[in-house]
Design a binder for this molecule. Structure first.
Ligand code: B16
Ligand code: MG
Length: 219
């Protein structure tokens, strides 16, 4: 029986990817690194330090750990500042409707994001009321594709993985959900999230009605 839902944040509830891109681009320009949208796509769902390592490797740059942390902090300051522009109009289409329906029907809901800034993003969206548990980059040390963040959410909700459906837009996020024994809903193209149990192109199609019909013996 499905009793809970766990949502990734960026790419599922709202699209912070563009703001991450702008902040990384700003940093890369300052450092003289090459960075474009193709590289940015590799950062989807990936933690901050893993992200900067991907950008560093793309540039064949040798940077010691201390400097790398400093650069990541610099990017984060730019990113956090840009979060002020997010408003309750910035839910991905369908996301807020789904969260409201889950509340009405009494399902338990957790966030399972890699971001250490999820509290600020939820605050800007005024989305806290839709979540019983917040699991984010501050809650666990092993990031996706490790299942830890989703296991954390399920445990705090008092549920087993097989009682939860995870929504994810990243390849590593779907891997994490499956590794933890959760049902996975992929949001995005087949090449990225085709390994989820059920896939939709966008959040607009991923309604509670659709989920119930696709996973019909679990409700
Ligand atoms: P922060 P998600 C992820 O969010 C983003 O997709 C990824 O690009 C970012 O690097 C990561 O959060 C960490 O974010 O720098 O704010 O801690 O999809 O897991 O909600
Ligand atoms: Mg995501």
């Amino acid at each position: 029986m499905i009793k809970g839902f766990i949502f990734d944040l960026d790419g599922v509830i709202t699209d912070t990817a563009e703001l991450h891109f702008q902040a990384w681009k700003n940093l890369a320009d300052q450092v003289g690194w090459n960075f474009d949208r193709e590289v940015n796509e590799k950062l989807r769902g990936v933690s901050r330090m893993d992200s900067i390592n991907i950008i560093r490797a793309h540039n064949n740059a040798e940077v010691d750990q201390e400097e790398l942390i400093e650069l990541a902090n610099k990017k984060n300051a730019i990113y956090v500042e840009s979060l002020n522009q997010i408003t309750p109009d910035d839910y991905l289409e369908g996301a807020e409707g789904l969260l409201k329906n889950l509340r009405v029907e009494g399902f338990l809901v957790a966030l399972g994001s890699a971001s250490k800034n999820s509290t600020k993003v939820l605050q800007q969206l005024q989305a806290n009321k839709y979540f019983d548990v917040i699991g984010d980059g501050n809650s666990v040390s092993k990031s996706k594709p490790a299942p830890d963040i989703f296991l954390y959410g399920a445990e705090k909700l008092g549920l087993k993985p097989e009682q939860c459906i995870v929504y994810e837009d990243a390849e590593s996020g779907v891997d994490a959900a499956k590794a933890g024994g959760f049902y996975a809903v992929g949001i995005g193209p087949k090449e990225r999230v085709g390994h989820a149990d059920v896939r939709f192109d966008t959040m607009k199609e991923a309604t509670l009605f659709e989920i119930k019909s696709k996973f019909n013996d679990l409700f």
